[in-house]
Design a protein around this ligand. Sequence first.
Ligand code: FAD
Ligand code: NAI
Length: 466
Amino acid sequence: MKNYDVVIIGSGPGGYVSAIRCAQLGFTVAIIEKYNTLGGTCLNVGCIPSKALLDSSEHFHNATHTFSEHGIEVKEVKANITQMIKRKDDVVSQTCDGVKYLMDKNKIDVHQGIGSFKDQHTITITGENGSAEIFGKHIIIATGSKPNFFPGMEPDKKRIITSTEALKLSEIPKKLLVIGAGVIGLELGSVYKRLGTEVEVIEFAPTLLPTMDGTISKEFTKILKKDGFKFHMEHRVQGVVNKGKSVVVTALNKKNEKVEIEGDYCLVAVGRKAYTAGLALENVGLIANQRGQIEVNEHLQTSIPHIYAIGDVVRGAMLAHKAEEEGVFVAETIAGQKPHINYNLIPGVVYTWPEVANVGKTEEELTAAGIEIKVGSFPIKALGRARASMDTAGLVKIIADKNTDEILGVHMIAPRAADLIMEAVTAMEFRASAEDLVRICHPHPTYSEAIKEAAMAATDARAMHI
Ligand code: FAD
Ligand code: NAI
């Protein structure tokens, strides 16, 4: 039986990043992945393929909606979904191959198969070529998550689909129903909306992206409605039926009336659940909690100190960059270092167009906590850069402590908000004040000027360009 300092189960962004950091720190490392490709949900059926299709569909949308105003005449623009999916698959396989390269470069042993606990140090790997056992002095569980669903909306993966199938449809739906106005519903809804699909979203809560700052959620709803999204808010889904060539969602509206909505596909996007099947946790006395997650302490240790768990399989945001941070954290903890993760400063992004991004607390959270705040916001349409690119929707909102001026939350809808938010994350990591942002020279013309202007608006209402 081969012995390793660290054995990692799962090769998503949590697992593979942890493996690299462990190897950098001088440990012998094995990583176990049940699929043939490395990279987990993120690379195979999550972040990367969804962004590839978002980019392709955005090009198509621009060709059909904004090119003529830019003075570019194109005849007969057609969306070729087969080619779009093929390009997406190429992007995925190049990225997954990149992880394999990184494993080899860092001398990390990759084992294909399902990893399960035989005892507290022995992992059985059951793969295509039989089974084997390896020993780990330390073990990191990084088995991620799977799509969730509720009774009555079980995906049949044909017409009642999850994000995984939505990333490989062979046709552009005429009408796509989406259950859940969360990140997946709005991102993948956007892909098909831009390709000409009618998109209707059925949501249980009164607002979309319910955990977002209220101003952003309201503004974002307006933008999406203007783009043609149709929302059925406060609807409780009772069932979804595949009728062969169509699918019907039955829901109860706010007044408790039965509503039937028909489309050709229904994307079920009501969250994801931690994945522990196959691990045989019972063999080591670990139990998943009611939400299916593995319980960990502040060091990401399970109740067995040398067994750690990270990423989507534990509490917290289900985000690739959160999983990566935790992977590094555990590697450095095992090495005896004292790493730190600031969970308050994990940015969130929705990759629609414009993009939505946030970091820190929302106005609602701060108000509920009784913290005195001041708020400044600035509309994207007031930027010269935005008019030049014809991307005028959105705003930047900065919330600072009324007494100390420390920035407590930054929320934005803006072109490239996913990249812009990093200025706020960096500033907040160094506990900057809104005045600090005002005093930093921002290049002109850029979208980043909206951050400076929002900071000016928060400090003595002195924004200049509105
Ligand atoms: P995962 O990536 O889920 O990896 C877990 C791996 O473990 C899998 O490869 C699985 O096969 C393997 N595994 C499980 N059990 C075993 C076992 N017993 N033995 C061996 N292997 C096993 N996040 C972002 O931050 N940005 C985005 O833009 C983004 N977009 C997304 C889009 C979609 C459509 C989806 C579905 C998710 C998206 N996410 C995004 C979320 C992101 O993918 C996850 O948060 C991230 O992948 C979690 O990483 P992880 O390492 O914890 O687990
Ligand atoms: P989500 O938690 O973002 O949204 C789920 C939505 O479904 C919520 O609005 C919720 O109120 C609604 N809902 C729940 N039950 C319902 C019901 N019975 N009927 C109608 N609506 C219902 O989950 P989503 O979109 O599935 O994404 C899963 C995870 O993947 C998220 O936690 C997210 O962090 C991650 N992800 C991240 C992305 C990013 O960072 N850009 C992109 C895609 C996914």
